[in-house]
Design a protein around this ligand. Structure first.
Ligand code: AN7
Length: 352
């Protein structure tokens, strides 16, 4: 039996001396209600609740194999949670650098639970990443190999994340479109790379059109795509804190994935993101706001005629709803009543 999850594809991944794994990957592909040919790739089912685990199992395995003391990441939260968990699994130290006050509570709690050392820095994620790159990579080389940098500039991360494409093709063949929420741009590139490799192997005859979705207030890739200037905005704002990124480190990788696949970068509003989160929730699929951007983008693309209702579409739902409990409570327009007697409860139960 070839095994399941990321390491099912071992021969297509870098071979680490030690494999640090917690069964990541092999996530559910769930049909979207009312859309005959649209599926949600539920990455919230990973061990720490986001797609980052696919990259971290490879990155941390390599870190353990080269004998470093620990790993370091800047993060909007999920990379931190995943790096902390896999480093702990490997017995390595973990240093996470986070934008002060910019990280959803579930992710911060995970980083703490898994024993990471947490450095909060002022400003945005972009500042945090700048600190890490300055601290670890100076004059173009890693000047302190005690802490191995595991942001998605590290190709081993992308090698793990490309397995999303392999799983999709094994289950439903090649889609016409794949919608991916874009922050730093590593994941959309990794998924495209996976499809490209399958074309090279002759498994499929084309790659899907890659649609990068960004929040309107944090859409540097959309800005660049529309020829409005470089892929940079200085004060990214969105309720989807995971993709509140203004200077995507993988902007050129993400650009190539979208351009060469015949795709697009599109933007959606925070309201559209929150509505999409509620829609998915009402059909049992619990995602954090950034992940709902995939559905928000798909609905917009349908409305604008970019995609047809019959097209085979996969929406990458990148992180679990529990990651951001504050937004969950704010966005759930709860139908919650307080009951202070048995009769009152009975009145809820008895058919009217
Ligand atoms: C839920 C969720 N959805 C989408 C993205 C965007 O992926 P990339 O375009 O590959 O960056 C992220 C990224 C998070 C971080 O960048 C981090 O954790 O530091 C995420 O957590």
């Amino acid at each position: 039996l070839r095994g399941r999850g990321v390491w099912r594809y071992r021969e297509l991944l870098p071979e680490p001396g030690n494999t640090v794994t917690m069964g990541e990957g092999a996530t559910p592909l769930i049909r979207l209600r009312g859309h005959g040919n649209a599926y949600v790739k539920f990455e919230g089912a990973n061990p720490t609740g986001s797609f980052k685990d696919r990259g971290m199992t490879v990155g941390v395995s390599l870190a353990l194999s080269i004998g470093v003391k620990g790993v370091i990441v800047a993060s909007t939260g999920n990379t931190a949670a995943s790096a902390a968990a896999y480093a702990a699994r490997a017995g390595l130290e973990c240093l996470v650098v986070l934008p002060k006050g910019g990280v959803a509570k579930g992710k911060l709690g995970q980083a703490m639970l898994h024993g990471a050392k947490i450095a909060e820095v002022p400003g945005t994620f972009d500042n945090a990443l700048e600190y890490v790159l300055e601290a670890v990579l100076s004059d173009g080389r890693v000047n302190n190999v005690n802490y191995y940098p595991l942001n998605s500039i590290n190709p081993w991360r992308l090698e793990g994340q490309k397995t999303i494409a392999y799983e999709i093709v094994e289950e439903i063949g090649v889609p016409d479109y794949v919608f991916v929420p874009v922050g730093n741009g590593g994941n959309i590139y990794a998924i495209w790379k996976g499809f490209r490799e399958l074309v090279d192997f002759g498994v499929i005859d084309r790659v899907p059109k890659m649609i990068g979705v960004q929040a309107s207030g944090a859409a540097p890739m959309v800005r660049y795509w529309r020829g409005l200037g470089e892929a940079r905005i200085d004060n990214p704002r969105t309720v989807a804190s995971a993709i509140r990124i203004g200077r995507p480190i993988n902007w050129f990788r993400a650009y190539r994935a979208v351009k060469y696949s015949g795709g697009e970068f599109i933007e959606v509003s925070d309201d559209e993101i929150l509505m999409a989160q509620r829609m998915l929730g009402r059909e049992g699929i619990g995602v954090e706001p950034a992940s709902a951007a995939s559905l928000a983008g798909y609905l917009k693309a349908l409305g604008e005629g970019m995609v047809d209702a019959g097209d085979k579409v996969v929406l990458i739902a990148t992180g679990h709803a529990l990651k951001d409990p504050d937004t969950l409570l704010m966005n759930s327009n709860v139908n919650m009543v307080s009951v202070s007697s048995l009769d009152e409860l009975r009145s809820l139960i008895v058919a009217q």
